[in-house]
Design a protein around this ligand. Structure first.
Ligand code: APR
Length: 234
C-alpha cells in the first residue's frame, strides 16, 4: 500500500448503523417512515414546528443512548496514529465520532446535541427535548429554537474548509454513505481532481461507485478496522 500524507474521510449513516441508529434510505430506514417535506425542510418547520421538533426529539434520545462501534474506534485510532494530516467529515448528526475520540472532525450536516435559534442564529449544546415555547437565551424570543441540523435546501457547514482539505488530499475514504445527497456525493470527484486515491468502504456499492479507484464492501465494523490496520502497517 502506498504511503499517504493527507487523508480525508467522509462518513455517513452506515457507519452508525451497527451502533443501533437507523440509516435513511435502506429498507425500513428513516425516509421510509417519514416524508422529508414533513420533517427536514425550513418550510416544514414554518408550517408544523411541533411535528418537526418531535421528530428530532426522538432522534436526540436515540443518539444519546448509543455507543460508538469498532468502526468509529478504528477511525479514531487512525487519526491518533497516522503521522500525516487527517480530516474527518461526517454527514452524521450523532456524537459517536467524538465519543470514540476523533478530534479533527467536521459535522457538515450539524449536530443533534446542539440547538439553534432561528431568530438570532445563537447555538448551544442541548441534550433535552426542544419545545416550541422554548425561549432563546440570547435574543429572549420563543418559537425559534430548532435542532442545529442542516435541512434540505440549507447550506451545509464549513464547506470552504472541506473543499480545501479535498483539494490537497492524497487519499479519500468514503464510509457508510449511499452517495445520494450533494454536496457530499460530489466529494469523490473533488478528490480525484486532486489526483488522490479514492476508496469506498460500504455495505454495498453506492450511487457513486464508478468514481472510486478501490472499493471494499461489507459491514463497517469489519471492513473499517481491517482497512485502518492495512494503512497503519504499510
Ligand atoms: N456498514 C457499512 N455500510 C452500511 C451499513 C453497515 N453496517 N449499513 C448500511 N450501510 C450503507 C448502505 O448500504 C447505504 O449505502 O450505508 C449507506 C447509508 O445510506 P443513506 O441511508 O442514504 O445515508 P447517508 O448516505 O448518510 O445519507 C446522506 O442524506 O438524508 C440525508 O442528511 C441526511 O446525512 C444524510 C444524507
Amino acid at each position: 500500500m502506498a504511503t499517504y500524507k493527507r487523508i480525508v474521510i467522509l462518513t455517513g449513516a452506515g457507519l452508525s448503523a451497527e451502533s443501533g441508529l437507523s440509516t435513511f434510505r435502506d429498507k425500513g430506514g428513516i425516509w421510509a417512515k417519514h416524508r422529508i417535506e414533513d420533517v427536514a425542510t425550513p418550510a416544514a418547520f414554518a408550517r408544523d414546528p411541533e411535528s418537526v421538533l418531535e421528530f428530532y426529539n426522538t432522534r436526540r434520545k436515540g443518539a444519546r443512548g448509543v455507543k460508538p462501534n469498532a468502526a468509529h474506534e478504528a477511525l479514531a485510532r487512525l487519526e491518533a496514529d497516522f503521522p500525516g494530516d487527517l480530516t474527518t467529515v461526517t454527514q452524521n448528526i450523532d456524537p459517536l465520532h467524538e465519543k470514540a475520540g476523533t478530534k479533527n472532525l467536521i459535522h457538515m450536516h450539524g449536530e443533534i446535541l446542539k440547538a439553534l435559534c432561528a431568530h438570532c442564529g445563537a447555538k448551544k449544546p442541548w441534550e433535552e427535548d426542544i419545545t416550541i415555547d422554548q425561549v432563546c437565551g440570547a435574543c429572549n424570543k420563543d418559537g425559534g429554537m430548532r435542532p442545529d441540523v442542516v435541512w434540505f435546501g440549507e447550506m451545509p457547514y464549513r464547506m470552504e474548509e472541506i473543499y480545501a482539505a479535498l483539494g490537497r488530499c492524497d487519499l479519500f475514504i468514503s464510509i457508510g454513505t449511499s452517495g445520494n445527497v450533494y454536496p457530499a456525493a460530489g466529494f469523490v470527484a473533488e478528490a480525484r481532481a486532486a489526483h488522490a486515491h479514492t476508496v469506498e468502504l460500504n455495505l454495498e456499492p453506492s450511487e457513486g461507485i464508478s468514481m472510486f479507484a478501490e472499493a471494499i464492501h461489507g459491514k463497517a465494523t469489519q471492513v473499517v478496522p481491517a482497512y485502518v490496520d492495512r494503512l497503519l502497517n504499510s
